[in-house]
Design a protein around this ligand. Structure first.
Ligand SMILES: NC(=O)c1ccc[n+]([C@@H]2O[C@H](COP(=O)([O-])OP(=O)(O)OC[C@H]3O[C@@H](n4cnc5c(N)ncnc54)[C@H](OP(=O)(O)O)[C@@H]3O)[C@@H](O)[C@H]2O)c1
Length: 333
């Protein structure tokens, strides 16, 4: 194995701004602490929260690296205390609270999953953030289960395409929204049961028609604002509404008596700020519930486009343009 250098290439903007702040700089290679591993990064997923961080709207939680990047795939090259030396050389993908846009990144060992033979490094790097998010919200907070029908907004986003893949694996009908006929067609081709073009169709009326007036068991919402009361109209009795983002507004007016009368649950979560113990628990659960499907090649992320690390600015521009379907990934070499 090659010696670990003292310094590495990284994206680490000095101040918030447009995509142009994402230039390559030199940074010390981080050192793994207790329970951590140092990964030579082959690829790093790009997520919408990285764009918000760059804009200064989503600062890293205390203790997290200022280098963006919430997920990586690569090879373990060093271990900290409490991690066996035999881990060196293992290929993994990992969920991070930051630091992925670099040649090397430190990951808590509990947040690493073994790199499946069925996946490329690019594909493996595109999995953790959306898998952990969709699993903990749609399956755990909203209890989506076989036979349910659910509504997921942003059907062609990184999150939406992972939701389509997981629903396919677990026997759940998934209705999605997307902002163009092309995106709707892409979502259906990926396995969505129905796709609603929210720019020209009323998604509430369509969901009611699709479900024969019953409504869906759960809504996974990344839109917020005025979508909240409309989402609640899509829910069946005892339905669950989970917020994971607020792209159309932080506040909403909801009909409280409807929530009571139909026994609705309104919840939500953010993944990044959760502690390592929680994330390790989720990783352990995913290693038993979903990873066998990944290893068998039954779950693959949808890769839209890859960019070199030096072209991270273009990667963010591409995400902000909003024409992508699935994941955007940075490749290190
Ligand atoms: N809570 C958490 O832990 C967590 C974790 C990860 C991500 N997230 C959030 O999840 C969202 C998706 O992340 P990503 O990385 O997958 O981003 P992404 O691929 O860039 O997707 C963003 C999506 O938002 C959709 N959208 C925007 N405005 C919309 C509207 N008015 N109605 C319906 N859809 C709308 C876009 O759909 P169209 O182009 O079709 O309009 C697009 O598919 C982001 O908001 C992100 O912040 C939350």
């Amino acid at each position: 194995m090659d010696a670990i250098p003292e310094t590495m290439r990284a994206i680490d903007p000095a101040a918030p701004g447009g995509p142009e702040v994402l230039t390559v700089v030199e940074r010390p290679v981080p050192r793994p602490g207790a329970g951590e591993v140092l990964v030579r990064v082959a690829a790093a997923g790009v997520n919408r929260p990285d764009v918000m961080q760059r804009q200064g709207r989503y600062p890293p939680p205390p203790g997290a690296p200022t280098i963006p990047g919430l997920e990586i795939a690569g090879t373990i090259v060093a271990v900290g205390g409490d991690v066996g030396a035999e881990q060196v050389g293992q290929r993994v993908c990992a969920l991070l609270s930051g630091g992925g846009y670099a040649d090397y990144a430190v990951a808590p060992h509990g947040q690493c999953l073994p790199m499946p033979e069925a996946l490329t490094m690019v594909e493996a790097a595109a999995i953790p953030e959306t898998l952990f998010t969709v699993w903990t919200n749609l399956f755990e907070r909203a209890y989506a289960t076989e036979g349910d029908t659910v509504l997921v907004h942003g059907g062609t986003s990184g999150i939406g395409t992972m939701a389509i893949a997981l629903c396919g694996l677990f026997g759940i009908d998934i209705v999605v929204t997307a902002g163009s006929p092309e995106k709707c067609a892409a979502a259906v081709a990926l396995g969505a049961t129905h796709a609603i073009d929210y720019r020209c169709e009323d998604f509430v009326a369509r969901v009611q028609a699709i479900t024969g007036g019953k409504g869906v068991a759960a809504v996974l919402d990344m839109v917020g604002g005025d979508y909240l009361p409309r989402n609640l109209q899509c829910l069946a009795d005892d339905g669950r509404h989970v917020s994971i983002a607020v792209q159309r507004g932080l506040e909403a007016t909801i009909p409280i008596f409807e929530v009571m009368r139909r026994r609705l649950t309104i919840t939500g979560s953010t993944l990044r700020g959760r502690d390592g113990a929680f994330k390790a628990l989720v990783a352990d659960e995913l290693s038993r519930t979903v990873w066998p499907h990944v290893e068998a090649g039954r779950l693959k992320p949808v890769i839209d486009r890859t960019f070199a690390l030096a072209d991270a600015a273009e990667a963010h521009q591409w995400m902000e343009a909003g024409d992508h379907v699935g994941k955007i990934v940075l490749v290190m070499s």
